[in-house]
Design a protein around this ligand. Structure first.
Ligand code: PLP
Length: 403
């Protein structure tokens, strides 16, 4: 194992490289500073009419403006939530319930985040809705023609994510938006991975609702937003107060909200430099990883998030690579989710047509703007040795079985 430096105490320290920004990002110092101020000094309840409350409300409304600007929306179209999961739940259930007289059909894709898929499954199983799960191609793309063909008179909502969290594929969202607009069907997009990472504009994309999350864009965890286009029919999914213009009850989490606002402001201001930096690192990382024999890139070669690399490595398990990389100080993720003791291959990779083995042998590395060329070169340096060692132990590699 490569020892990088010696600490003040004299211990040998290993290099640590964080390559799991799709899971969460570190919080920016500026974000922490503004949050601290709204916990220690500006602590009023934004619903109070005295000056303590008014100051907190002012901070919250400024944050709303920053979030709206990030996606080309009006501030009054932004509702603060507890994160991407709640925003997705609110969009799907809220629109379905508001339009129950129109119909009971929802269209989504097979590669959505579970916040969408499980909400759709709930509506199917317990509320009598019908859900169409659109397939994707080998690159993880949903076809706008498939969306058009799936729309029925009873369709109340189309929900397709902007960019996939595992393989980074960016959908042809503007075309899907146009299809929905022509058919007069409400269109939601989960942009949790896209917002802050690439330019997003709700007008260009013709979306009616869009989910965002703070902790994917160097903001805090436990806060997010739902963009709701003016005039969109939606019901609240919780009750108990008139907050957020009757759309989401509960005392607003002001420190988190101002943190999200600051993160959105920084993301917008630094968009170009962040994108070009991570794209350069991503391309260097992907070409380095693919130098190892019998590896392949998952996801779209060009329509992909600038920070996402996802590769399948023949004859080895993603989890084993993950653990070995972790021992080398590298944090990333694999295409298997360890649920209740059994390793489930990723539903995204399976939907793209990979077999179980290819899905199990996948590794996702997602970069951040704080990563460096040295980080990437360190990863590329240790990766071949880890794969070699694991392949030497793999019964599949020994048999040389085709995948
Ligand atoms: N949607 C996507 C595409 C995500 O990647 C995630 C988080 O991983 C979520 C929704 C959920 O967001 P949150 O963690 O803010 O609830």
């Amino acid at each position: 194992m490569r020892v990088q430096r010696i600490s003040e105490k004299g211990d040998l320290q290993m290099r640590r490289v964080y390559l799991d920004h799709a899971a969460t990002t570190p919080v920016r110092k500026e974000v922490v500073d503004v949050m601290t101020r709204y916990m220690l000094d500006v602590f009023g309840n934004p619903s109070s009419i005295h000056q303590f409350g008014r100051e907190a409300r002012k901070g919250m409304e400024e944050a709303r403006e920053h979030v709206a600007s990030l996606v080309g929306a009006q501030p009054e179209e932004i509702v603060f939530t507890s994160g991407g999961t709640e925003s997705d739940n609110m969009a799907v259930r809220g629109v379905a319930e508001a339009l129950e007289k129109k119909g009971n059909h929802i269209i989504t894709s097979a590669i959505e985040h579970h916040a969408i898929l499980h909400t759709c499954e709930y509506l199917e199983k317990h509320r009598g809705y019908e859900v169409t799960y659109l397939p994707v191609d080998y690159f993880g793309m949903v076809s706008p023609d498939d969306v058009r063909a799936a729309i029925r008179p009873s369709t109340v909502l189309v929900t397709v994510m902007m960019a996939n969290n595992e393989v980074g594929t960016i959908q042809r969202l503007a075309e899907i938006g146009l299809v929905c607009r022509e058919a007069e069907v409400t269109f939601h997009s989960d942009a949790v991975q896209a917002a802050g990472a690439i330019p997003v504009d709700v007008e260009d994309l013709a979306v009616d609702l869009m989910s965002l999350s703070g902790h994917k864009m160097y903001g805090p965890k436990g806060v997010g937003a739902l963009y709701i286009r003016k005039g969109t029919k939606i019901r609240p999914i919780a009750y108990g107060g008139a907050h957020e213009k009757q759309r989401r009850p509960g005392t607003e989490g002001v420190p988190g909200i101002v943190g999200l606002g600051e993160a959105a402001r920084l993301a917008r201001a630094e968009m170009d430099s962040r994108v070009s930096h991570v794209r350069y690192l991503r391309d260097r990382l992907i070409s380095g990883l693919l130098e190892v024999e019998e590896t392949r890139l998952n996801g779209h070669p060009s329509h992909r998030l600038p920070n996402n690399s996802n590769v399948s490595v023949a004859y080895v398990e993603g989890e084993s690579m993950l653990l070995n990389l972790d021992m080398a100080g590298i944090g990333c993720s694999s295409g298997s989710a360890c649920t209740s003791g059994s390793l489930e291959p990723s539903h995204v990779l399976l939907a793209m047509g990979l077999d179980h083995e290819e899905a199990h042998g996948s590794l996702r590395m997602t970069l951040g703007y704080e990563n460096t060329v040295e980080d990437v070169d360190y990863v590329i340096g240790v990766f071949p040795g880890i794969v070699k060692r694991l392949r030497e132990m793999s019964p599949l590699a020994r048999k040389g079985e085709p995948r």
